[in-house]
Ligand binder design. Structure first.
Ligand code: APR
Ligand code: PHB
Length: 392
C-alpha cells in the first residue's frame, strides 16, 4: 500500500529539514525520508558558520531559541600571511551584518526537534531507492524501510539527499560544472577553549590552516593535507605540531587538548544543471558542492530551500506553477556567486604544487596585501563572506 503526502522530501540535512519546516508554516504537509538514524544525523560533524540571513530566518521562524543562547556571533576575522596576523572588522565593513558560529548538527537537532514537536513526519532509516513519474502529476518515491520496499506518492518531490543521493541521477539532459582541488582538509574537534576569540585563516608555506570553534570549550581546526592522506597517518602529536607550525606567531601560540573527532574532506566545486526535472527539485548538496573554505555549503542549501518553499507555497495558494518553473533560475545566481567566492577564497590561502605554484604564491600575497590597503577590496570580500541579501 502506498502512502501519500503533498511534498516528499528525501534527506534530513539542512536543506530537507528547513524545507519541511517552512512548508509546515505555510500549512503544507511533507514527509521526510532519511537513510540514516536520528542519532547519526544529529552527531555528524560538518561545517559551522551561518550567514546573517540564515540566522535571521531560523530566529524569525521559531527555531532560533537555542541558537540565540548558545551560538557565537563573530564581528571580525583574521588573515594571517608572511608571519603576521591582521584583524578584519566585518561589522564595520558590512553594517549590521555578522557571521555566527553554530555547528550544522546543532541546526539539524533544532529543526528535527521542531518538526517532531509540530507533528511532522521524519522516517529515519528509510532509504530512497528511486524517484519515478516525475513528468506527471503524481510522482513516486520508492524507498526501503526495515527491509521492506515501500512507496510514497506526492504532488512534488524535493531531492535534498546530498552529494551521494539518488535524486540527481533522475534528471535528464544534465550538464555538470566541476573542479576538483589537488588537496584535502584534515578537520579536528578538540576539547580545549579556542586560542583566539575569532577565526584565523592562515596562508603558510607548509599549507593552509584554519582556527575556528564550536563553543567556548570546543575548538575546531583544519589543515590542508594531500588528497591521498588517511586519518590513520595523522597522530594527535603530528596534528598539533603541524597546526602550531602554521598558526603560531610571536607572542601567540595554539592551545592543545584531547582530540574528539578527526576527518578528511575532499575539496570540490560542483554544479549540476538543471536543478529540476518535472516535479522533482534538487536542493543543497544534491545539486551543488563548494569547497569548505568559504563556509557556504550549509548556507546555500538553506537558500535553495527558502526559494523552493516560497514557490511551493505560491503553487498551493494560487495554483500557479510559475515560481516552481523558475526555481532553478532563481537559485543559480546565488549558487554561482557562492561558487566564485569559495573558489577564490580557496585559491587565496592554499599551497599549490603545480607548475605555476610560484606564480600563484605571488598573486596570493599581492591580493592579501591589496585587501589590507583597500577598503573597497576588503568590503567586497566582507559582503560575500557574511552573505549577500540579493544576488542577480
Ligand atoms: N534516501 C534518504 N536519505 C538520503 C539518501 C537516500 N537515498 N541519500 C542521502 N540521504 C541523506 C543523508 O544521509 C543526509 O542526511 O540526505 C541527507 C543530505 O544532507 P546533507 O548531506 O547535509 O546535505 P544538505 O542538506 O544539502 O546540506 C548541505 O551539508 O555536506 C554538508 O557542507 C555541506 O554544509 C553543507 C550541507
Ligand atoms: C567551521 O567552523 O567549520 C568553518 C568556519 C569557517 C570556514 C570554514 C569552516 O570558512
Amino acid at each position: 500500500m502506498s502512502e501519500r503526502t503533498q511534498v516528499a522530501i528525501i534527506g534530513a540535512g539542512p536543506a530537507g529539514l528547513v524545507l519541511s519546516h517552512l512548508l509546515h508554516l505555510q500549512g503544507i504537509e511533507s514527509v521526510i525520508l532519511e537513510s540514516r538514524s536520528r542519532d547519526y544525523v544529529e552527531k555528524r560533524i560538518r561545517a559551522g558558520m551561518l550567514e546573517q540571513r540564515v540566522v535571521d530566518l531560523l530566529i524569525s521562524t521559531g527555531v532560533g531559541e537555542r541558537l540565540k543562547r548558545e551560538a557565537m556571533v563573530h564581528t571580525g576575522l583574521n588573515f594571517q600571511f608572511e608571519g603576521e596576523r591582521h584583524r578584519i572588522p566585518l561589522e564595520e565593513l558590512t553594517p549590521g551584518r555578522n557571521v555566527t558560529i553554530y555547528g550544522q548538527q546543532e541546526v539539524v537537532k533544532d529543526l528535527i526537534a521542531a518538526r517532531l514537536a509540530a507533528g511532522g513526519v521524519i522516517r529515519f532509516e528509510a532509504a530512497g531507492q528511486s524517484v519515478q513519474g516525475l513528468d506527471g502529476l503524481r510522482p513516486v518515491v520508492r524507498y526501503t524501510e526495515s527491509g521492506e520496499l515501500k512507496e510514497l506518492v506526492a504532488d512534488h518531490i524535493a531531492g535534498c539527499d546530498g552529494f551521494h543521493g539518488v535524486c540527481r541521477g533522475a534528471v535528464a539532459n544534465s550538464k555538470v560544472y566541476e573542479k576538483v582541488y589537488p588537496f584535502a582538509w584534515l578537520g579536528i574537534l578538540a576539547q580545549v577553549a579556542p586560542s583566539c576569540e575569532e577565526l584565523i585563516y592562515a596562508r603558510h608555506e607548509r599549507g593552509f590552516a584554519l582556527h575556528t570553534m564550536r563553543t567556548p570549550k570546543l575548538t575546531r581546526l583544519y589543515l590542508q593535507c594531500p588528497v591521498e592522506d588517511r586519518v590513520e597517518q595523522w597522530s594527535d602529536d603530528r596534528i598539533w605540531s603541524e597546526l602550531s607550525a602554521r598558526l603560531n606567531i610571536p607572542g601567540w601560540s595554539l592551545k592543545d587538548g584531547p582530540i574528539v573527532d578527526k576527518g578528511i574532506t575532499e575539496m570540490r566545486s560542483f554544479v549540476h544543471t538543471p536543478m529540476q526535472q518535472g516535479r522533482l527539485y534538487l536542493a543543497g548538496d544534491s545539486a551543488h558542492i563548494v569547497p569548505p573554505t568559504g563556509a557556504k555549503g550549509m548556507n546555500l542549501a538553506i537558500a535553495d530551500s527558502m526559494v523552493l518553499a516560497q514557490a511551493l507555497a505560491e503553487y498551493y495558494k494560487s495554483g500557479s506553477s510559475e515560481p516552481l518553473l523558475r526555481y532553478a533560475a532563481d537559485c543559480l545566481p546565488r549558487v554561482w556567486r557562492a561558487q566564485h567566492f569559495s573558489w577564490w577564497w580557496t585559491t587565496l590561502f592554499h599551497r599549490f604544487e603545480d607548475a605555476d605554484a610560484q606564480f600563484q604564491e605571488q598573486l596570493q600575497v599581492s591580493q592579501l596585501r591589496y585587501m589590507l590597503a583597500s577598503r573597497p577590496a576588503l568590503t567586497s570580500m566582507a559582503e560575500n563572506y557574511v552573505g549577500l541579501d540579493r544576488v542577480v
